[in-house]
Design a protein around this ligand. Structure first.
Ligand SMILES: [Ca+2]
Length: 232
């Protein structure tokens, strides 16, 4: 009987969390997508990196463009990928970092802030001319080629306001086009808030690929990224 009660307890917790938690669903790929009985069926990305970040209200942005404050997360991708998916949600509500996740120092220091969040907007960009780890430092002065951008995705959970303003995009590599090919290189996720308002509070960002990409690293700055790559 005890066992039965325990089992029911587990089931109850599972059922509740499915309904209320703002956890992210499995991140499914475009590659191999099927339509079954009119429903979209996606295979989850094989490689998935999760990054927990935090922007202090009023923090200096990495760049200001067109009156908007942009912040960046840098990614070293050491092999070509057929597709890359990027998504971001703010705030980090009911999610907890797992062992393999990347947790920024700012996130850890501000874990108590559960209220600040922002309407996310993301881009994926690659530094021109950087294809080897030895050249990562050149990313500080490189020009950046934008692959795609996204403001709001209906696939993402709603923000505390009730609006579905979180972001998600999938980019398919176009091998014949150097500007659209997902080659090995230094990438960054640019993020801001598309409408008026400040970029502030906690966020979780994920980068997925339909193939295993050993050695992918994510960091808040190019210097941190270089340390991570050198340490592996
Ligand atoms: Ca948005």
């Amino acid at each position: 009987m005890k066992k039965m009660i325990a089992l029911l307890g587990v089931l109850a917790i599972t059922a509740t969390s499915t309904i209320t938690a703002q956890k992210l669903d499995k991140f499914g790929a475009d590659l191999g997508k099927k339509s079954v009985m009119g429903k979209e069926v996606r295979i989850p990305y094989t490689d998935l990196l999760t990054y927990y970040g935090y922007i202090k209200p009023g923090a200096k942005p990495d760049e200001e463009r067109g009156g908007k404050k942009y912040y960046y997360i840098y990614i070293w991708i050491p092999a070509a990928a057929p597709e890359v998916g990027v998504r971001m949600a703010s705030p980090v509500d009911k999610m907890t970092p797992e062992k393999t996740d990347i947790v920024s120092a700012d996130y850890t220091a501000n874990a108590a802030d559960k209220t600040n969040y922002f309407d996310t907007w993301i881009s994926l960009e690659r530094a021109e001319g950087i294809t080897s780890a030895a050249d990562l430092g050149k990313g500080k002065t490189a020009s950046w080629n934008v692959y795609d951008q996204n403001d709001d995705s209906s696939e993402m959970p709603a923000q505390p306001s009730g609006s579905k303003y979180n972001s998600l995009m999938r980019i398919t590599s176009e091998v014949s086009n150097p500007k659209k090919a997902l080659v090995a290189g230094l990438y960054r996720i640019g993020f801001t808030t598309y409408k008026t308002g400040e970029v502030q509070g906690s966020f979780v960002a994920q980068v997925g690929a339909p193939v295993k990409l050993p050695g992918v690293k994510i960091a808040q700055t190019i210097d941190e990224l270089m340390k991570l790559v050198a340490a592996q």
